[in-house]
Design a protein. Structure first.
Length: 255
């Protein structure tokens, strides 16, 4: 069902629509979206139950025979909530700060603070954005007629995603992302060994510390310039497409 929700969100992202000015039209659209999400949940759950009824594990046993939990029954009417002012937006959660309704702004910059890719997403955590944003940078550079490609990727602990990091490493990129946040003492339970300890060892070396220090000097001033010096602290238009346009104006990329 998580994958089904991601597919719905990806489809909406690929086909953005302008938010109606009429509140009545926005209410109708909000209801349509909630009904759509409920239908997707029912369909995904049905596929999952059919899979469990027919599939077998590695020992050839039916999955349904060793089930210990009661099957999930989706609700009959939509649950949850949706923002009627801007149905595309989501409630963003940031540790230590109050929740806000909006979008998660992303950016890729060079060591010289040049923005080479900018995007918005409706996912509050950053962890799923590492690979998509890194892959967006070469596309933007190519459109600008620049043949250079990223060499080393620097990101804070919020972007730690082991699978995405391994894929980027397999593509020949250097990646430095600490698995531990600054506010946490010690490693998270279960985050030991393998890639976790390897990344910690790299970041503890003189070269690793020197490289990672460049992250703070490159990306943080860009966001500071946008948010504080230019006072662009919120989107003034509604809808994903309109908000994305604002984002690209605030952080113009290389093209």
């Amino acid at each position: 069902m998580r994958q089904a929700r991601r597919d719905v969100e990806a489809q909406r992202q690929e086909n953005p629509w302008p938010v109606p000015r009429s509140r009545q039209e926005r209410l109708v659209e909000a209801k349509r979206r909630m009904d759509e999400e409920l239908a997707v949940e029912h369909a995904a759950n049905q596929q999952y139950e059919e899979h469990r009824a027919t599939a077998t594990d590695r020992l050839g046993r039916k999955l349904s025979s060793n089930r210990t939990t009661k099957p999930y029954s989706p609700p009959l009417v939509p649950e949850g909530k949706i923002n009627v002012t801007d149905p595309d937006s989501r409630e963003m959660r940031t540790q230590g700060q109050p929740n806000i309704q909006g979008y998660n702004a992303q950016a890729v910059v060079t060591e010289q603070q040049i923005v080479v890719a900018a995007e918005i997403t409706t996912q509050s955590p950053d962890l799923a954005q590492l690979k998509p944003m890194v892959e967006a940078a070469p596309r933007e550079l190519q459109q600008a007629g620049i043949g250079a490609r990223p060499g080393t990727v620097l990101a804070d602990a919020g972007y730690w995603h082991r699978n995405q990091i391994e894929r980027l490493l397999a593509d020949g990129l250097g990646v430095l992302v600490p698995p531990d946040s600054m506010v946490r003492a010690g490693a998270r339970p279960g985050w030991e060994g393998g890639m976790y300890d390897f990344m910690r060892r790299v970041l503890e070396t003189d070269l690793g510390r020197e490289l990672y220090e460049k992250r703070r000097r490159s990306i943080e001033p860009v966001f500071g310039q946008i948010k504080h010096n230019r006072a662009m602290t919120r989107f003034r238009r509604r809808g994903r497409a309109a908000a994305r346009s604002e984002r690209l104006i605030a952080a113009p990329t290389t093209p």
